[in-house]
Design a protein around this ligand. Sequence first.
Ligand code: NAP
Length: 414
Amino acid sequence: MVKFKLYSPPKEGKEIKLKDKKLIVPDNPIIPFITGDGIGPDIMKVAKTVIDSAVEKAYSGQKKIAWYEIYAGGLAQEKFNELIPEDTFEAIKHYHVALKGPLATPVGKGHRSLNVTLRIVLDLYACVRPIRYFQGAPSPVKHPERMDMVIFRENTEDVYSGIEWKQGSKEVKQVIDYLNSNMGTKIKADSGIGIKNISVEGTKRLVRKALDYAISQNRRSVTFVHKGNIMKFTEGAFRNWGYEVAKEEYGDYTITEEELFEKYSGTQPKDKIIIKDRIADAMFQLVLTRPEEYDILAMPNLNGDYFSDACVAQVGGLGLAPSSNISDDIFIFEASHGTAPKYANQNKVNPGSLILTGGMMLNTIGFKEAEDLILKGIGKTIAQKTVTYDLERQMEGAAKLSTSEFGEKIIENM
Ligand code: NAP
């Protein structure tokens, strides 16, 4: 058994291993978790209980997760005087799969986002966010049930790489002087600068993940969402490299929209996924007006951040927004929302995102029956109009439950 300086792994439970890019999962896998800041403790406790109940029920006690607490953020600072101890990275690398609560980042000052740090250090290049509707969930649109998408957001590049220079600094002056003198730009001297970098490698590996998923889950289309009309060499290139991967590496499985009409008279063959692309601003309209025409979306980092929240708003909001950040050998599961600090320790917020995230995690480790129970439990609980404040305030005649009561109801409804 591996040794860490700060943490002792649970005695019961076995390690998840990786062989030929596939997870080998024992019946009692050790899964590290990070509680997180703000509402993290409220939702993590409930999510773990619901996940445990689903596993217990699905496999009549034959399978059981051995939870293993590791630390980042405020709790790590308190306990070890550092925001992310090295052991946290090592434990995640060693055990491959982890569940994570939200971590706080100060805006415009202080330390860099711990979430971004985790993604960059562990090279978690794809953020995967399923957007699905549960009957009865409040929605600002007329037909929320038409939305059933999975967003694949590139997670390591773009303006999120953290390559920035502060306005007024010596460094920003050097960058501006260089660009204005050598590259023909006319950047104002009092600007701050950030770099937008999008690579062939970063794009192609993200698109492969989206295509692999689309094939394995029998999905109908993959759409690249970009602003390539304006940012030709970054977002436009993302689109072009995406088409390249689809054609060169997945040619047996994919056709373009053009081919759909030219070769197949507009009728999609059962065994082909349609590859489309849309300009991001138009796509914001389309996810509102014709969501049923879209399925898997693949996009650069910033677009992905915007689209995930915009889409999830149509199906119940951030309280029902699961997410994972993954590479080829590491899978971190976390809710899409943040620490919502004003609600910390009030047993008030919706644990639904983290519970659904737990469902994604169970699916990934092959505990699909347990994920199904979670989906059933949440679906039924929402349909019964017994929900937390965020949904209750938008639903007529709903009863307001606390975080823990909502969890109990989900378990009852599995
Ligand atoms: P936020 O924490 O996501 O909260 C924004 C609002 O969303 C809340 O005030 C609440 O809305 C609603 N909300 C979020 N989670 C909810 C839940 N579980 N149940 C019900 N409603 C929920 O975003 P933020 O206030 O912009 O960010 C706060 C901190 O979180 C920042 O430090 C940020 O950096 C961090 N953050 C972390 C992550 C991450 O760890 N992955 C992600 C995003 C943000 P109402 O006020 O309308 O009730």
